[in-house]
Design a protein around this ligand. Structure first.
Ligand code: AQP
Length: 328
């Protein structure tokens, strides 16, 4: 089984990225043939500074390795190193409709955030994401809940392509964790914890210092009640229960039982301590990995060579099916 997922090279990955996705990437190495891509071409859609983009790419690579991705058991590579992604993106753009791209929630949110200049790349973002996934004959895509709509579009595109040109592309399914698929912002618990939309206090970053993590949890917004239970009117407490449940590897109901009768203050402090402990090994490994840029480049280059070998076979099939390029 081929498992594929991609992540943006924003150096400051947050707890939502970790619990919703990265955790699943690590686990995917034991379940199948795992391929992970750091999508620097996607990052271009919002015009990052070039030097900052390169630094962030290394930051993200080091975070993924520190989290437990093992280049001997997975393929880890940089999107722009494998040119097939952009060719397949163009081809798939011809079978994706303007209407379906206009309906993408992420496009609507991000274009509202970047009102002064909405790049057409931002509009095409889901098509490039479909190309990323479909280039690898992917069976399963581990993601957080916010990416579900994009994977559904990827399935639509693959099915439409196959209907028009014959069975060529593997139609993937998403894998969303039962708990932790949508970690909420600590200050605005009605909203997703997000790299671009959260405030400094609202998001916990994987590389935050322990004191900062504890402070963010201590000051997390909750409700005026006292009960530590999940509920539709208790977004903040529900979020904290789910975070602790994932970090401890127990059912959310067990957390509710354990903390029954205790106050919010003690509970928030316990969640902060548990998250600090959970992230500590990642932070420790990160420093050493990040210091060795040549080592990171070597890992990415090796990954890109392996990724290219797979993607070029898919592109050969796509070209033949569509009647483009010199005949086989
Ligand atoms: N709050 C979240 N809870 C659970 N999973 C999440 N993911 C993102 N936010 C949460 C998952 O993390 C993976 C990598 O995300 P990405 O780098 O592709 O960026 P994103 O999904 O657009 O979310 P970010 O990092 O917060 O960036 P912005 O602010 O740009 O939207 C994905 O699998 C995602 O589902």
């Amino acid at each position: 089984m081929r498992i594929f997922s991609c992540i943006q090279p924003t150096g400051r990955k947050h707890l939502g990225n970790y619990l919703g996705a990265i955790r699943g990437y690590v686990e995917g190495q034991d379940r199948g043939d795992a391929v992970y891509c750091i999508v620097d071409l996607h990052a271009l859609t919002v015009g990052p500074d070039p030097a900052e983009l390169r630094r962030s790419l290394y930051d993200t690579t080091a975070i993924l390795l520190a989290a437990g991705l093992d280049p001997a058991r997975c393929i880890l590579f940089r999107q722009s190193d494998v040119r097939e992604h952009t060719e397949l993106c163009w081809v798939l753009a011809t079978v994706a409709s303007y209407g379906e791209l206009s309906r993408m929630t992420q496009f609507k949110e991000k274009s509202a955030q970047h009102k002064q200049f909405v790049s057409s790349g931002l509009f095409f973002y889901p098509v490039l994401q479909a190309a990323d996934i479909l280039a690898y004959d992917t069976d399963e895509v581990p993601i957080g809940e916010d990416q579900k709509q994009h994977i559904e579009l990827t399935r639509e595109i693959a099915q439409r392509f196959n209907a028009r040109f014959g069975e060529t592309l593997v139609v993937p399914t998403h894998r969303i964790p039962p708990v932790g698929a949508r970690i909420q912002d600590l200050q605005s618990p009605g909203k997703r914890m997000s790299t671009t939309a959260s405030t400094e206090q609202g998001a916990v970053y994987i590389l935050d210092a322990p004191g900062s993590v504890q402070r963010k949890f201590r000051t997390a917004v909750t409700d005026s009640g006292t009960e530590i239970v999940r509920g539709p009117d208790k977004a903040g407490i529900t979020n904290l229960i789910e975070i602790l449940s994932v970090v401890r590897g127990v059912d959310p109901a067990a957390i509710e039982r354990e903390f029954a009768g205790l106050g919010y203050g003690a509970f928030k402090a316990a969640v902060g301590d548990a998250v600090v402990e959970y992230l500590a090994p990642v932070r420790e490994r990160y420093e050493k990995l990040r210091a060795d840029e040549a080592g990171l480049e070597a890992t990415l280059a090796d990954g890109a060579a392996k990724a290219h070998a797979i993607a070029s076979r898919t592109l050969a099939r796509v070209r033949a099916a569509m009647g483009i390029g010199a005949p086989g």
